[in-house]
Design a protein around this ligand. Structure first.
Ligand code: ASP
Length: 590
């Protein structure tokens, strides 16, 4: 028997017992003849005390023992002497007096220290030695939290009558707006499977199959540029329901999350229940983005009307060309330095704005780049519309409405971080609804779907198909939390004619439609029930619950930011023989 107890479970109730433990040397301290080890396993740490009267064999072993060696310790649990307790350790009331020390394995010197949160190396080194990185308490806790989240989801959905069904990884392209990972077939040379960008088609087919309520902890594969916080593969709670309208799906998922969060992350508070619902339009107008962080105010204020007759050239030309003027109030920021304002202006420019105009309400009067161009009346009107108080800074963007929203929406986040406006323990979940069905792809001169092509257009808009596709709203919805899109979903098309029309509008030729989606269209001809669903991302949720800055911290073996597995060094070349079997000849790098 390797062990009778785990390290972290020992406490005063075990005093006097002989225990056997197995674990890693987390720390070693030598105190004039007495040696202390903190022994660690997944459950935590316990102090092992090696007294000089230990048997000679064990004592000899102890002298060689270094960090992260694997030991088996037999010993007696004792209460620590008065004053020697460690209230920061779960097992801090007790220690184990060693009677026997066995070395189960040794360890090379570590590439980085894993017994503290400081001095961590760069991320690639952590990823190369991920098995060591995961030994760190913080990382282990992230995986435990992830486990708890998934377990809660499974239990909850089981009680709600959902069936967990696995769907294939080797499948056919399912468009979610990214490039596919493809897998060559040996049996059918020249043909390929695609890894699913999501189980979207399969879960809809499960509804046609009468499964009624489905979920899966599903891996999705998307070959996207590794901008920001993305992974080539990530995990979603994929779910689908039959005979539902939008609000039935939202209520189901909101119910799950509202029950789950206090259970798995008791320090977190939900900003509001029921969750607020915002239309896509309203989100853009008020917060400049369709994924607003609602933990703080600083809403965008439309001041176009105030400047309808302005002589300020920048404002005038924006309005004349059909644009808008909006502003953002940054509290207590009137004393921002010129340099800081310039940096914000650069940021605005990088997002398409021509510049930024400012008004600062200082003790010595109204300053800022717009001050000398605005009349007293205009300044007063802005003051009262935006609710300015002494010491505040106003930032204006004047441009096409979409640029104005984007620029101010981003500046809002800059001030959130600069002024610490968002409480990290708050989770501000909202629903964003009524998305446009299509977005114009100017590069390829065709329509794209905003969500995916299986999304149901709002029925009231169906007559706009031939006249004004851009005005059609869809029955899609997003779950948003603290500025992140944490889920998206939709009511689906279950009628062949509508689905076909969408594919046509997206520019697919008939043969193409049949080749790619013939199976879906055909299935819809056999009594497909009305259905809808969504897919909350699990990585991002756990990231938010764990207060981690990116999703790699909550994935056991993530790729790095360049889509490489630096531990196994993948992707890598394969043997010539394998390529031959697949009928593949490399033509060099593209
Ligand atoms: N398949 C969608 C996605 O991965 C979610 C959904 O519509 O259920 O984003």
């Amino acid at each position: 028997m390797y062990r009778t107890h785990t390290c972290g479970e020992l406490n005063a109730t075990h005093v006097g017992q002989v225990v056997t433990l197995a674990g890693w040397v987390h720390r070693r301290r030598d105190h004039g003849g007495v040696v202390f080890f903190d022994l660690r396993d997944r459950s935590g740490l316990v102090q092992i005390t090696i007294n000089p009267d230990l048997n000679a064999e064990s004592l000899e072993r102890v002298s060689a023992i270094r960090m992260e060696w694997v030991l088996q310790i037999e010993g007696v649990v004792q209460k620590r002497p008065a004053g020697m307790e460690n209230p920061r350790m779960k097992t801090g009331e007790v220690e184990v007096i060693a009677k026997n020390v066995q070395v189960l394995n040794s360890s090379k010197a570590l590439p980085f220290m894993i017994n503290g949160e400081t001095d961590l190396p760069d991320e690639n080194t952590r990823l190369k030695y991920r098995y060591l990185d995961l030994r760190r308490e913080r990382m282990t806790n992230n995986l435990i939290l992830r486990h708890n989240v998934i377990r809660f989801m499974r239990d909850y959905l089981d009680r709600q009558g959902f069936l967990e069904v696995e769907t294939p990884i080797l499948f056919k392209a399912t468009p979610e707006g990214a490039r596919d990972y493809i897998v060559p077939s040996r049996v059918y040379p020249g043909q390929f499977y695609a890894l699913p960008q999501s189980p979207q088609q399969l879960k809809q087919l499960l509804m046609v199959a009468g499964l009624d309520r489905y979920y899966q902890i599903a891996r999705c594969f998307r070959d996207e540029d590794q901008r920001g916080d993305r992974q080539p593969e990530f995990t979603q709670l994929d779910l689908e329901m039959s005979y539902v309208h939008r609000d039935d799906v939202l209520a189901m998922v909101e119910g799950l999350y509202t029950a789950m969060i206090p259970a798995v992350a008791p320090d977190k508070q939900l900003l509001a229940t029921p969750w607020p619902k915002l239309s896509y339009r309203e989100a853009l107008e008020r917060f400049g983005t369709d994924k607003p962080d609602m933990r703080f105010g600083m809403e965008l204020v439309d001041v176009s009307e105030i400047f309808a007759r302005s002589e300020f050239k920048v404002f005038k030309s924006a309005l004349e060309s059909g644009g808008a003027i909006k502003c953002l109030l940054a509290p207590n920021s009137a004393d921002m330095s010129r340099k800081e304002v310039d940096a914000l202006t650069e940021l605005a420019k990088s997002q398409g704005a021509k510049g930024l105009a400012t008004l600062s309400f200082t003790d010595d009067g109204v300053k800022g780049t717009a001050a000398k161009f605005l009349s007293q009346q205009e300044v007063e009107a802005v003051k009262s519309r935006a609710g300015v108080r002494a010491g505040d800074l106003i930032l204006f963007a004047a441009d096409e409405r979409s640029i104005v929203n984007k620029v101010l929406g981003n500046l809002r986040l800059v001030f959130r971080d600069k002024l610490n406006l968002a409480d990290p323990n708050l989770l501000a979940f909202i629903w964003v609804v009524d998305f446009p069905m299509f977005a114009w792809n100017a590069e390829e001169e065709r329509w794209d779907t905003e969500h995916h092509p299986f999304t149901m257009p709002q029925l009231a808009d169906l007559d706009k198909f031939d006249t004004d596709p851009g005005a059609i709203l869809s029955d899609a919805y997003d779950m948003v939390c603290n500025g992140y899109e944490t889920a998206s979903g939709s009511i689906r098309i279950h009628r062949r004619d509508i689905q076909h029309k969408i594919f046509e509008l997206l520019g697919h030729k008939e043969a193409d439609i049949q080749m790619k989606f013939g199976h879906m269209l055909e299935a819809f001809e056999y009594g497909a029930p009305p259905h809808g669903g969504m897919a909350p991302g699990i990585d991002r949720l756990v990231m938010l619950l764990a207060d981690e800055p990116n999703i790699r911290e909550v994935i056991a073996f993530p790729k790095n930011q360049n889509a490489r597995d630096v531990m196994a060094d993948a992707p890598s070349q394969v043997e010539q023989k394998q390529l031959q079997e697949l009928g593949i000849r490399l033509s060099g790098t593209p």
